[in-house]
Design a protein around this ligand. Structure first.
Ligand code: ASN
Length: 300
């Protein structure tokens, strides 16, 4: 089975596109003065996420380590000294088997994760749109053969992308709003102002609208679902502690991060864009595993 996968013409096309995607993203960010940081593969603190996953961890010396689910805390700390950086960050999320049906979950994947100091959500949305459009333009120009062999026609979306508020969409389309609107759309769009219960503790709550966060998701058109997720971060230590308590999580779990945060953080904003998902969307594949030579699918 593995050999069959490797011999597929469509895998070669996907890897050509994967090469372009990483190249455009990295080159664009570097040209804007971003530094590239190396990834953290395991750590004593990682992203708690807002949905249940199996949690592999191990002891080394006196410490318990987890595999990285996202480098969110490392990003927030590093950005204090390095005000603009990105990481091609491998993440391991041992999702429950039901996630296989989505066609967009892999147990291990790479996200382009970035963070900017003293920037706001709107700045990051502009950057994301630029990265998105530049990548599509580049692929159309340089990977036309691959796109043709995949039977994929892509068009460059117009900017600015549409912006919807989470609660407005929920009211109009019901709980399945993201999937419904993604299917209906022919252009990518933003979902902003996500309620506190639907996100992790680290995204910043609005000062003027308690319970609503200064965060954002970018959604692909044609039913491909979530592309990117990010937000402004809680940076005041009392607020961070409050939000951890609200989530029913413990300070002990985030001890390493809290100790550093205590010495004072400044505002930062960032996001992560899933590379395999981006390549899957560009290729127009039904299933994300077709972009990866060695995919690990939930439940398999
Ligand atoms: N990378 C995301 C962010 O910057 C976090 C995540 O992957 N859960 O907000």
């Amino acid at each position: 089975l593995a050999l069959e996968r490797l011999k597929k013409e469509s895998l070669k096309s996907a890897l050509e596109i994967n090469t372009s995607v990483r190249r455009v993203l990295a080159e664009t960010l570097i040209s804007k003065g971003f530094l590239e940081a190396p990834p953290v593969i395991f750590s004593i603190v990682t992203d708690p996420l807002n949905h249940p996953v199996y949690d592999p961890s191990f002891m080394y010396g006196d410490y318990k380590y987890s595999l990285t689910k996202s480098m969110i805390f490392h990003k927030q700390i590093l950005v204090q000294e390095i005000p603009k950086f990105f990481i091609f960050s491998p993440n391991v999320r041992l999702e429950t088997p039901d996630k296989a049906a989505s066609g967009r979950h892999l147990l291990e994947f790479t996200q382009l994760d970035l963070e900017i100091k003293n920037a706001h959500r709107e700045d990051l949305m502009e950057l994301a749109e630029e990265l998105y459009v530049k990548t599509i333009e580049y692929v159309i120009k340089h990977n036309s053969k691959a796109l043709q062999s995949l039977g994929r026609k892509l068009k460059v979306p117009s900017r600015p992308f549409k912006v919807y508020k989470y609660l407005d969409l929920q009211e109009k389309y019901g709980d399945d709003f993201e999937a419904k609107l993604s299917k209906e759309s022919s252009e990518p769009f933003w979902i902003i102002d996500i309620p506190l219960e639907s996100r992790e503790f680290y995204d910043r709550e609005k000062d003027d609208e308690p319970g609503i966060l200064r965060d954002m998701d970018l959604i692909y058109p044609e039913g491909f679902g979530e592309a990117l997720s990010g937000g402004e971060r809680e940076y005041k230590i009392e607020r961070i502690r409050e939000r951890i308590i609200k989530k029913g999580q413990t300070f002990e779990q985030f001890h390493w991060f809290l100790e550093i945060a205590q010495s004072g953080l400044e505002l930062s904003t960032g996001f992560g864009i899933g590379i395999e998902r981006f390549v899957r969307y560009i290729c127009g594949f039904k299933r994300i595993e077709d972009v990866h030579p060695f995919p690990k699918v939930p439940g398999e």
